[in-house]
Design a binder for this molecule. Structure first.
Ligand SMILES: Cc1cc2nc3c(=O)[nH]c(=O)nc-3n(C[C@H](O)[C@H](O)[C@H](O)COP(=O)(O)O)c2cc1C
Length: 152
């Protein structure tokens, strides 16, 4: 999870965000539960003791790989952003984080697949999110399957 960890000085991140407001939260959906990544303490905080991996997309490999990351836009932290730019800014911020994970995976011999095709409302319910929070991307991480780009 080094993709979103703080820079060593100044409390910054390795992904940009509008006004430095950290408008995207990263969740890790693991077999044992759903965890929110805490970038300040660089740790995972349990959100739900439930396996929600299969809710993070529609394809068959979803739910089979060991890890699905979910990028959640926090609209409450975008009060300084004009409403018509919320979606663009959230997508750009999440995209930078997604790319960091792709780069890490490439360096570690892992596979990754990002997904925008997901049932946001249903996933938000399974993640126990509030009305300010919206899952906008998910990303499966795992070992690349032979003859297949989908991670397992
Ligand atoms: C914004 C965005 C949304 C995407 N949504 C999905 C998706 O819902 N399901 C999926 O399988 N791949 C999705 N992808 C991944 C692309 O299909 C994939 O990156 C492309 O086929 C190239 O494959 P590669 O990344 O393995 O090189 C998405 C990529 C982007 C940038």
């Amino acid at each position: 999870m080094s993709s979103t960890s703080s820079r060593s000085q100044g409390g910054g991140r390795t992904a940009p965000s509008p006004h430095g407001a950290a408008v995207i939260d990263v969740y890790a959906a693991l077999p044992a539960g759903l965890y929110r990544y805490d970038p300040v303490h660089h740790c995972l905080a349990l959100k739900r003791a439930a396996d929600v991996r299969s809710m993070t997309g529609y394809q068959d490999f979803v739910g089979m790989a060991p890890l699905d990351l979910v990028y959640v836009a926090n609209h409450g932290r975008m009060q300084d952003v004009p409403p018509k730019l919320h979606e663009t800014f959230a997508a750009a911020a999440a995209g930078a984080m997604v790319q960091n994970v792709y780069l890490y995976c490439a360096s570690a011999g892992l596979g990754a697949v990002v997904r925008g095709w997901l049932n946001r409302r249903q996933l938000a319910e399974h993640m126990s999110l509030n009305e300010d929070e919206e899952p906008i991307l998910s990303q499966t991480v795992g070992r690349p399957a032979p003859h297949d780009s989908a991670p397992v």
